[in-house]
Design a binder for this molecule. Structure first.
Ligand code: ZN
Length: 440
């Protein structure tokens, strides 16, 4: 899969975080069901915004791009995302982009103007497929720009001729740099080959970016991506998040104030195509949900992340053989196979967590397998659990069991006394729907 990466001139915002989480979850799930994934994500390291930023800061474009790229990957690591298998940089592919533009011009679908080379979209069959609009309706809605050399306002730039002082590369049209849409079509086809499986990105990339990538491939006679996947907006206080609205929240900011896993839970709770709202309330609510999940790890000593080995998946630090309970795994796959219904899958996992607690309370030996199954399914979504229940000694476990019995018998005075004993031993005691949970 090829997922459009960032233009590195600023800090990542929470919308970038959502997009990365979405494709991280897809990748992890596909691996979980045995699909080998080759994940490519690019870095746009030449662009108008980078040039502008570099001029403002009095630094070179390469320097600015390197700094913000480092921040980008730091944030993605903090989110718990797997890094892509390959990270192509636009500046390393300029010669191949020049080659494509020249080919498109030779095929008479591209034309040169005073400021660059443009693709004539009217000559591309099926233009508007991703926008789900006809060429006529797109044309009617297009904003007419000052550039009078363009044959249609929809025509887009493949090669920009350099202005004084801009970074540039040689080409048949003089010094310049590639257009953004040209970068991704060249890198995806070069690395993954024709007819690759999936092209992804945020919903804002669907049109014109992805439409225009596809247009170049089609115009060049190439079989492009077979599937497209676009994640929804992030809304902050009811408005689509964007810099221009001033409700721009950076990802490093969010991660400094909240558990990164809570943001993943917030993202997983919605369908990937739906908008999500990030507010102090929704993130705190996700933190509470996360704590319920960690409660499972505290009680049953399950947790960690899935590791892929030649034998299959194992939970880090756990015995290699994982006895999963079949029913919940099948339900999980049914949800996930249905257009990545993470909300449904997660709701089921919360039920599984409750079941594990109830079975544990009833002394059912199957409780441990239930808890492990829940932990493994969470790990397949990239949620690692944190708990110290492995350290629960026999004395504490005995007090927990007695307290649960007292509560079932509605002997609250006895339950309170047992709570005090546990607290005196250094445990934090929580009442959960599944019974008493303790942690250091
Ligand atoms: Zn792209």
């Amino acid at each position: 899969m090829y997922v459009c990466g960032p233009t590195v001139y600023d800090l990542p915002h929470i919308g970038h975080g959502r997009a990365n989480l979405t494709f991280d979850v897809l990748r992890r799930y596909l691996s979980f069901i045995g699909v080998r994934v080759h994940h490519v994500a690019n870095i746009t390291d030449v662009d108008d915004n980078i040039i502008k930023r570099a001029n403002e800061l009095g630094r070179t474009e390469a320097d600015v791009a390197a700094e913000f790229e480092a921040t980008w990957w730091d944030s993605m690591r903090a989110l718990g995302d797997l890094l892509p298998d390959e990270i192509p940089h636009a500046t390393a592919y300029i010669d191949r982009m020049v080659h494509l533009v020249a080919e498109l011009q030779a095929k008479d679908v591209a034309y040169e103007t005073a400021d660059g080379v443009y693709l004539e979209v009217a000559k591309v069959p099926g233009y508007g497929l991703l926008a789900q609009q006809s060429l006529e309706s797109l044309q009617a809605g297009a904003r007419v720009e000052a550039n009078e050399d363009k044959r249609s306002p929809l025509d887009f730039v493949l090669w920009k001729k350099a202005k004084e002082g801009e970074p540039s590369w040689d080409s048949p049209w003089g010094p310049g740099r590639p257009g953004w849409h040209t970068e991704c079509v060249v890198m995806s086809l070069d690395i993954l080959g024709e007819g690759f499986d999936l092209h992804g990105g945020g919903q804002d990339l669907k049109f014109p970016h992805h439409e225009n990538e596809r247009a170049q491939a089609v115009a060049d006679g190439k079989d492009f991506a077979h599937h497209w996947m676009h994640n929804g907006w992030v809304e902050v206080e009811g408005a689509k998040m964007s810099k221009s609205l001033g409700n721009f929240t950076t990802l490093p900011d969010l991660l400094a104030r909240h558990d990164a896993r809570a943001y993943r839970i917030l993202v997983l709770r919605a369908h990937y195509r739906s908008p999500i709202e990030v507010t102090p309330e929704t993130i705190v609510d996700a933190e509470k949900a996360l704590d319920r999940l960690d409660g499972l790890a505290r009680r049953f000593a399950v947790g960690g992340m899935l590791e892929q080995t030649p034998e299959g998946f194992v939970v880090e630090g756990d015995a290699p053989a994982i006895d999963l309970v079949e029913g919940p795994v099948a339900d999980f796959k049914t949800h996930m196979d249905d257009d990545l219904d993470t909300a449904g899958a997660l709701a089921d996992i919360f039920e599984l967590v409750s079941t594990a607690h109830s079975m544990g309370d009833a002394g059912d030996e199957g409780a441990q397998a239930m808890a492990r199954t829940a932990a493994v399914l969470l790990a397949a979504l990239g949620v690692s659990l944190q708990g110290e229940s492995g350290e629960v000694d026999e004395a504490a476990a005995q007090l927990v069991a007695e307290r649960d019995e007292a509560r079932r018998a509605k002997d609250f005075a006895r339950a309170d006394a047992l709570r005090d004993e546990l607290v005196a031993l250094g445990w934090t005691v929580e009442d959960t729907p599944g019974g008493t949970a303790i942690r250091r």
